[in-house]
Design a protein around this ligand. Structure first.
Ligand code: NAP
Length: 255
């Protein structure tokens, strides 16, 4: 906002998980509806909880059944999902476009994994989802994703054709940066790109492991910036400086 000369604040509003948080969450939605706020983001664990209280979902939010951005449009509350286009935008910036039919592996079966698997499947990738709870990954089969257990034995057969690995679990995130979702003693597929959605720390253990194995890898800061920038555009109708946003993240992580 400062970089664009706009007045305003982007402020964290802690809301307890449901059901305790319902009144507090609905109060924020009402503030947006009344015009006291210009926009809202929602994150874990509210991305699905808000769905019953919006007036409308965008097609992407409906398909992935998750909302991260709330917009007021003609007095109505619209739930949108910028994780999907934000991930794809950053993947393109990483130089990964994936010719149709290329295989990829998504680790995890939560909200972020859903956005990523949907995005990749719709680009024509052959997506395999590896989850510790394979039941939770069953909804992914509607996008023709294959589901396997997140174990060395289950993942190994998928790797020979794999061109992209995406970590959509929180493993490796602050305050446990020593964690890695990659199974012990499993070799990375040569030539694949590793994309870790975790952005704190910036250089995750998975990114380091991939680098040591000779693979190109990135953490999730780029996606964080892109999904935020797309939310900003939807609320304020202006294109923010991605560079200023990235610097703000670095400053926040230093403190
Ligand atoms: P979520 O809905 O809680 O899902 C987490 C997934 O990871 C679940 O499938 C969970 O399995 C699995 N998981 C958790 N701990 C695990 C472990 N020790 N081993 C194996 N699997 C494990 O969370 P989310 O919203 O999808 O977020 C996931 C990560 O993505 C977070 O680190 C978040 O910060 C990051 N993210 C980044 C961006 C970005 O812009 N870069 C955007 C969205 C999310 P169970 O179901 O078995 O618990």
């Amino acid at each position: 906002m400062q970089a664009l000369g706009l007045e305003g604040r982007y402020q964290l509003i802690p809301i307890p998980p449901m059901p305790e948080g319902e009144t507090a969450l609905r109060e924020q939605l009402d503030r947006l509806r009344r015009g006291e706020l210009d926009g809202l983001n929602v994150t874990i664990p509210h991305k699905q909880a808000v769905i019953p209280w919006v007036d409308e979902l965008t097609p992407v939010a409906k398909e992935v059944n998750a909302v991260n951005t709330l917009i007021r449009s003609k007095g109505r509350l619209v739930g949108d999902n910028t994780d999907v286009p934000g991930f794809l935008a950053d993947l393109r910036l990483c130089g990964v476009d994936g010719e149709a039919g290329a295989a990829c592996l998504v680790l995890g079966a939560g909200g972020a994994a859903r956005a990523v698997a949907y995005a990749l499947a719709h680009l024509g990738w052959q997506v395999t989802v590896a989850a510790r709870n394979t039941e939770a990954a069953q909804p992914f089969t509607r996008w023709q994703c294959r589901v396997v257990a997140l174990t060395r034995e289950a993942i190994q057969p998928v790797l020979p054709c794999c061109r992209l690995i995406v970590n959509a679990t929180p493993v490796g995130m602050h305050p446990y940066p020593q964690g890695s979702p990659w199974p012990v003693d499993l070799a990375f597929p040569q030539g694949a790109f590793v994309y870790d959605l975790v952005y704190n720390p910036q250089n995750t253990r998975l990114v380091r492991q991939a680098g040591e194995a000779g693979l190109a890898a990135n953490s999730g800061i780029g996606m964080l910036v892109e999904q935020g920038a797309l939310s900003f555009e939807r609320w304020l109708g202006q294109v923010p400086s991605r560079q200023a946003m990235r610097q703000a993240i670095f400053r926040a992580q230093e403190t």
